[in-house]
Design a protein around this ligand. Structure first.
Ligand SMILES: Nc1ncnc2c1ncn2[C@@H]1O[C@H](COP(=O)(O)OP(=O)(O)O)[C@@H](O)[C@H]1O
Ligand SMILES: [Mg+2]
Length: 499
């Protein structure tokens, strides 16, 4: 729904206080001005820099409050408008002034009286921070990021010479790369691309987008060259995800949602998530859950909502939430320590996982299930919950080969005893061998596997996972499918070679 449509609805429903979360106020005001014109409403705007403007005109000075006075900006609404008409007062970045008791009271009165008088206050702000006194008076809406059509329009407005804008699939790639940007960011990115390359190319967009994601501090774009071939084993998981994302019954409305990966540290959970994007041609967004919890308690929910909005706008994409138990660490204790913020944050994330309509495939990983609340791993939330166990003998052989090759080691030497080793430990032995120029049996002495240092917790994890998760490395065998699709103990008919 566009901002204009949303606002018309609110006005028809006689809301007199509307809070719109927007990062692009000029654009939002353009949209509001258009519905105002269509409906014959008066539009008054105010900001601290330019003061008041009525239907685009600076009014004469007898009703103009001093530009810098936010209190008179609210009060002026009393003297504006005609009986029976509708007047919209748009206040930009007004969240800045809500620390004042006078202003809060003035808004309270104006919104309460505005209902009858057809006077509507619209606050435009990048955040939703409504003082408790006013919470029930505002309807909250969002000014959505531009969709593909709009990005296409923006690109055409900027790349006007022949050859500047690619066509067909290449244009799709440009629009994919631009999704998630605000209108102004997209404009800047297209222009920069023209200056640098003489045409619009996705690389410039990705670069700017990465910068923008970094600014938010919650999401980064992973741009590496990893593929599934860099990972030994995990055959069932590789086949499952690839099939869900690239094969499957497209067009049936069945959207892949994501997988939850549990496992021993160093078994390749993070590495897998990073490779999946390359394998399926989707950008991989990495969500930093630690940063999400934020230092400012009140900010956290706004943060996650904002991050999820960006994620939605970047679709089709992979969202990689690494070590998700970190975000949830506060959940179980919340109530005592963080006044329920952890639980609300978790609820927001769960809600989005369930409800998001965008084509975003989530890969969440966890090393410690004891910190995950049971509702998180519920089967219907994920397409599959996989357990990445210590690799078996065959997998380990594959991983040795991979790294012996990668680090240029002598392939004819004997391998150390590697019972209970993870992929990370094999990699580490090979790296050391290359670094110190010693045989593998020797470098392996410096590697202490986690199955030894943390044997008990590895065992606990395995016990928990057995019967609850799918095995990531054994093609054709599901330990058990929680959704009940396959009876416990039965070998599945799922065959990765079907790809
Ligand atoms: N099965 C595997 N094949 C190849 N490399 C692996 C494998 N498992 C782990 N590694 C390597 O070990 C390192 C640590 O793995 P990582 O994905 O961070 O583990 P996790 O997230 O499960 O703790 C990575 O560099 C990864 O490439
Ligand atoms: Mg990891």
């Amino acid at each position: 729904m566009t901002l204009g449509e949303r606002l018309s609805e609110y006005v028809r429903a006689a809301f007199s206080g509307v809070w719109i979360q927007s990062h692009e106020h000029d654009d939002a005001i353009l949209e509001i001005a258009q519905v105002a014109r269509e409906n014959g409403w008066d539009l008054v705007t105010w900001d601290i820099d330019r003061g008041l403007s009525i239907n685009g005109q600076v009014p004469n000075s007898d009703i103009t409050p001093a530009a810098a006075d936010p209190l008179s900006a609210v009060k002026v609404l009393n003297s504006l408008g005609i009986p029976g008409g509708t007047t919209i007062l748009v206040l930009r970045n007004f969240h800045r002034f809500l620390g004042s008791a006078e202003i809060v009271q003035a808004l309270d009165s104006a919104i309460s009286q505005g209902k009858q008088a057809g006077k509507i206050i619209v606050i435009l702000s990048p955040v939703v921070q409504i003082p408790v006194e006013l919470e029930r008076l505002f309807a909250v809406g969002e000014h959505d990021l531009p969709g593909r059509d709009q990005l296409d329009q923006i690109a055409r407005g900027i790349a006007t010479e022949p050859g500047e804008l690619p066509e067909g699939d290449n244009l799709c790639m440009v629009l994919d790369a631009a999704s998630g940007l605000t209108r102004m960011e997209a404009e800047n990115a297209f222009s920069l691309s023209l200056v640098r390359h003489g045409k619009v190319v996705p690389e410039t967009l990705w670069e700017l987008k990465n910068g923008m994601l970094k600014k938010s501090g919650l999401l980064t774009l992973h741009r590496g060259g990893e593929t599934f071939d860099d990972l030994g084993g995990l055959e069932a998981l590789k086949a499952f995800t690839k099939r869900a994302l690239t094969g499957g019954r497209r067009g049936t409305g069945v959207r892949p949602r994501g997988v939850l990966l549990l496992g021993v540290p160093g078994t390749g959970k993070s590495a897998f998530a990073k490779a999946l994007g390359n394998e399926t041609g989707r950008p991989t967004l990495v969500m930093d859950v630690g940063a999400l919890m934020g230092s400012l308690v009140g900010q956290t929910e706004a943060n996650i909502r904002q991050a999820l909005r960006v994620v939605d706008a970047m679709a089709p994409a992979i969202l990689f939430v690494d070590e998700i138990e970190k975000a949830l660490a506060g959940v179980q204790s919340s109530g005592q320590t963080d006044s329920g913020v952890g639980a609300r944050l978790f609820g927001t994330l769960l809600g989005w996982l369930n409800d998001h309509e965008s084509d975003v495939f989530v890969v969440a990983t966890s090393n410690d299930i004891s910190k995950l609340p049971p509702e998180f791993s519920r089967a219907e939330r994920w397409d599959g919950t996989f357990f990445l166990d210590l690799p078996g003998q065959m997998e380990r052989l594959g991983i040795w080969d991979l790294y012996i090759n990668k680090f240029g080691l002598n392939p004819d030497q004997s391998c150390p005893i590697d019972e209970g080793w993870t992929g990370a430990e094999i990699k580490s032995a090979c790296r050391l061998s290359a670094l110190l120029d010693v045989p593998l049996v020797e470098s392996a002495r410096n590697v202490v596997p986690v199955s030894v240092t943390a044997g008990e917790s590895v065992e606990r994890l395995r016990n928990w996972a057995s019967g609850r998760c799918l095995a990531a490395d054994r093609p054709g065998i599901y330990v058990r499918n929680q959704g009940g699709m396959l009876p416990p103990g039965n070998p599945s008919h799922f065959n990765p070679s079907m790809n």
